[in-house]
Design a protein around this ligand. Structure first.
Ligand code: S3P
Length: 179
């Protein structure tokens, strides 16, 4: 199926480490659309890094910021929006996104996500910051299983395991038209 994104926002969703930000940037260049990153906007609006928001406020505050942001963005159009890994894990948010735009899930297996995340120190990812080595693998496994019921509600799922960045972009491009 081909999705017409004319007048719609495209939301990139998926687990931490799935490349939502970098794919978002490159896709926006390719399609000549504006690019937004929900984490960066929330940091700016609160004058704090994600790490500081989790430390000085709490996760609940952060999730509310994500909710407020998404409901305000749904009035905009024609933008590529890279989201934080937990943003789509809320049925109200899913409803907003899918009614007002197109959600694209960058899907990876937990094994590959572990490989991609273990080499990072994940200092700026408060959810992972204190989990190391083997424990990280089990943590990713569990959290991905828990989040799957949300991610699978995205408009489009791109199986990314065996694809290079350029192939992911081409695949997304072939699934959407912009005019
Ligand atoms: C989170 C993912 C992060 C960021 C925050 C929480 C999550 O974004 O929003 O640390 O709950 O999965 P990335 O997916 O860009 O790492």
């Amino acid at each position: 199926m081909i999705f017409n994104v004319h007048m719609k926002n495209i939301f990139l969703v998926g687990f931490m480490g799935s490349g939502k930000s970098s794919i978002g940037k490159r896709l926006s260049k390719k399609l000549n659309l504006n690019h937004l990153d929900t984490d960066r906007i929330i940091e700016k609006q609160n004058s704090m890094s994600i790490k500081e928001i989790f430390k000085n406020k709490d996760e609940k505050f952060f999730r509310h910021e994500e909710f407020k942001l998404i409901t305000s963005l749904s009035k905009t159009k024609n933008q590529i929006i890279s989201t934080g890994g937990g943003l789509f894990c809320n049925n109200d948010i899913i409803k907003y996104i899918n009614e007002n735009g197109i959600s694209i899930y960058l899907k990876y297996s937990s094994e590959i996500l572990y490989e991609r995340l273990k080499s990072n120190n994940n200092e700026d990812r408060p959810i992972l910051a204190h989990i190391k080595n083997e424990k990280l693998k089990y943590f990713i496994d569990d959290l991905l299983a828990e989040r799957d019921k949300y991610y699978r509600k995205s408009t489009i799922t791109v199986e990314c395991n065996d694809l290079k960045k350029e192939e992911i972009l081409r695949k997304i491009n072939s699934l959407i038209i912009t005019s």
